[in-house]
Design a protein. Structure first.
Length: 280
């Protein structure tokens, strides 16, 4: 049980790794991009932040594909969006192509921030749910680290005229690996029961999650999942007094994280260090 759940959680959380990787790779390429296409400061800012446009749209729409097509298919499409974005960014012939390509990757990022943790939460038992969903955040930070290292070595050993293309395009490697691995993970049993009423397939997944469970225990769990979609609990509104505090805490943690200016540092780290004299 534990091995299955851990493996599926790691695979789905790799979306977070590519999220972090995608965030950082542009920092190594941004100066060459500005120089190559002679961008003004304004246009340069638009181009470098272009992934964020897709991220906003993806995060707002993320619930729809997860509910309509399922958690697994959504995770697969996230990988495809990442791959297309990476390859297209590396081959971009002008700044507008780069902006569109990066925005496509941002769309995948926005969807992944909901779909991946949601999938993990729905396959994980309560006692390990917190630790397993934290894998997404761990992989995000790990992806940031690997992207900085990737940028460093590509910038060191490749000609400056092509290094930036490889910095952006190399993201396609983890993206395709992640996509292929997603074919091997099962669909969320909660989605199968609640959205498709497919108890047979859900039972197969639950048996893989809980191989020692009896027939009666599996049936009881499926009944509990089905009940959660029809009971009063399922219609409880988002803004209830009971949920006010945790929702506000989660919101302000994310809000002040952005307000701290960390993204400006991440996106322009090499330029900032050069301006302080640490780049030489």
């Amino acid at each position: 049980m534990k091995n299955n759940i851990l493996y599926w959680s790691i695979v789905s959380s790799l979306a977070g790794f590519i999220f972090g990787f995608d965030t950082i790779v542009i920092s190594g390429a941004e100066q060459q991009i500005q120089s190559l296409w002679h961008l003004s400061s304004g246009m340069h800012g638009v181009a470098i932040a272009s992934a964020l446009y897709g991220t906003i749209i993806g995060s707002l729409l993320s619930a729809w594909p997860s509910d309509r097509f399922g958690r697994k298919k959504t995770l697969l499409w996230i990988g495809i969006l990442y791959f297309v974005s990476a390859v297209w960014s590396g081959l971009a012939h002008n700044v507008y192509a780069l902006i569109l390509a990066r925005a496509i990757g941002g769309l995948g990022i926005g969807i992944s921030t909901v779909a991946a943790p949601l999938y993990i939460a729905e396959i994980a038992p309560p006692e390990t749910r917190g630790r397993l969903t934290a894998l997404f955040q761990f992989n995000l930070v790990f992806g940031i680290l690997i992207a900085f290292l990737s940028n460093y070595f590509l910038g060191k050993y490749l000609d400056v005229s092509v290094a930036w293309r490889w910095m952006l395009g190399v993201e396609g490697i983890p993206a395709i690996i992640y996509t292929l691995l997603c074919f091997k993970i099962p669909e969320s049993p909660r989605w199968l029961i609640g959205k498709r009423n497919n108890r047979a397939e859900a039972k197969t997944v639950l048996q893989a999650i809980r191989p020692k469970a009896t027939e009666q225990e599996l049936e009881a769990q499926m009944d509990e999942i089905a009940l959660s979609f029809t009971s009063k609990a399922s219609t409880e509104r988002f803004w209830t007094w009971k949920l006010h505090l945790p929702i506000l805490l989660a919101f302000f943690i994310a809000f002040f994280n952005q307000l701290s200016g960390v993204n400006a540092i991440l996106y322009f780290a090499p330029r900032i260090f050069e301006m302080t004299g640490l780049g030489s």
